[in-house]
Design a protein around this ligand. Structure first.
Ligand SMILES: *Cc1c(COP(=O)(O)O)cnc(C)c1O
Length: 416
């Protein structure tokens, strides 16, 4: 049995040990091939009607990845002024960016207005603010279709218990507030949550959302949000998200809507995770192995500051072990808790997971770390944010982000 890294030819012949000695660990490693192929998938979910996928760049906002998205004909969603600035820098035209913030101040709204970036407002308060700043302008509103979905309560973003979006019963008020400021609501969007493995919850939300869309006249676009899952349990043969079923079922619903509405506005979606998760891994080093009260711990340099998801959501990431560049795969496994180097009990990549033999100085590879990995990194314990490299389609290695330096941290407090 081969490791996933070998099976997928992720490294295109490059040696992990060589990469570790040249770039250090912990290190984010991306595959240009995989990211391009996922961007192509999302760009083609709907082909029968005018359609555009917006990559939700909070999943991974490295400039090189944004440029790949742009080359693959995908537009982007931004959550903040910082992301809008990055997208403009990556070469996206203002009309290729959709700003979908929540709870922002006038300065951020004004940045979008000054740069002609379409904005979606997610409360009546924010809509009023926007109307005062941009009377006579155009905007979108985010609607809660009343149905949520996701792998953890922290990532369900619609339904009854969420801070996001405008509830259906408040839509008339939103339309009234828009009129008062002579604002045209030209688009509506939703986002039900993150990481569902079957299209069903998304399709249920689409049904509600399209019913609600009938209340709006002359829509230019309808944006259905993101959330498509990826198989985090791929070593246990978890099946991937069924894009073909999604296309089939979604198109059926659009057929019905277009007939009733009279024409097809531009349909959009906002996938983040699906585009980049499988195209990224983390390379880390085992610095200590020990038994505490009979429990085996492998202590690595991949702390919760490097990958927050396991601590934040109890997320599962498959982990592979490499010894002198050889994948350690065996039928005999013992439970291991893989931890990082942060002074917190919650600093765990996994708990009591059956793993092959793991020794000090081995390398670990954390799979499916391309989404909400680096973009959620932080510097707790004054640890440096990692570097990022990409294995290019031709097998060459491109460094796409420097490791943070102590000088940068010191300089940020040099305020006198
Ligand atoms: C995060 C987010 C997305 C992307 O979600 P994924 O689960 O990564 O696909 C899309 N739309 C909005 C509004 C979001 O906040």
């Amino acid at each position: 049995m081969k490791s996933f890294i070998e099976q997928s030819n992720f490294l295109k012949g490059n040696s992990l040990e060589k990469i570790a000695s040249e770039y250090g660990t912990p290190l984010y490693i991306y595959s240009e091939d995989i990211i391009r192929s996922r961007m192509k998938d999302v760009a083609n979910v709907i082909t029968k009607y005018p359609y555009k996928a917006n990559y939700s760049c909070k999943a991974n906002s490295n400039l090189t990845i944004l440029k790949i998205a742009h080359e693959e004909g995908v537009n982007c969603d931004a959550m903040s002024e910082g992301e809008m600035r990055l997208l403009l820098k990556a070469g996206f035209a203002p009309e290729e960016i959709f700003f979908v913030p929540n709870n922002v101040d006038n300065k951020e709204l004004q940045f979008a207005i000054d740069n002609n970036i379409m904005t979606s407002l997610d409360s009546i308060d924010q809509l009023r603010r926007y109307g005062e700043l941009n009377p006579g302008g155009k905007c979108a509103i985010r609607i809660n279709p009343g149905v949520g979905a996701g792998h953890h309560e922290k990532v369900v973003t619609a339904g009854k218990n969420t801070k996001f979006a405008i509830a259906e019963e408040d839509i008339d008020e939103a339309i009234k507030v828009a009129k008062e400021h002579n604002l045209t609501i030209c688009g509506i969007n939703q986002h039900v949550g993150s990481l569902y493995m079957k299209p069903d919850p998304f399709l249920a939300a689409i049904d509600q959302f399209l019913r609600i869309a009938m209340k709006f006249e002359n829509l230019e676009f309808i944006d259905f949000g993101g959330g498509y899952g990826i198989p985090y349990h791929k070593l246990d043969d978890e099946a991937p998200f069924d894009m073909e079923e999604l296309t089939r079922e979604w198109t059926k619903r659009l057929d019905k809507f277009v007939e009733e509405y009279g024409y097809a506005p531009l349909f959009k979606s906002e996938p983040g995770r699906y585009c980049v998760a499988e195209g990224g891994i983390i390379l880390g080093r085992v610095n200590a192995v020990k038994y505490n009260n009979g429990n085996k711990y492998a202590g690595t340099d991949v702390g919760m500051n490097v990958l927050a998801r396991p601590t934040l959501y109890d997320s599962w990431h498959d982990i592979e072990v490499f010894s002198n560049d050889n994948a350690v795969v065996s039928d005999e496994k013992t439970p291991v808790t893989v931890t990082g180097n942060i002074c917190e009990s919650g600093d765990k990549l996994c708990k009591d997971r059956p793993m092959p033999e793991i020794k000090t100085e081995d390398l670990i590879v954390v799979l499916d770390a391309g989404a909400y990995g680096y973009s959620m990194c932080y510097s707790y314990n004054t640890r440096l944010k990692p570097a990022e490299i990409m294995i290019m389609s031709d097998g060459s290695i491109k460094k796409i982000r420097n490791r943070e330096t102590f000088e940068e941290i010191f300089a940020s407090m040099d305020c006198e």
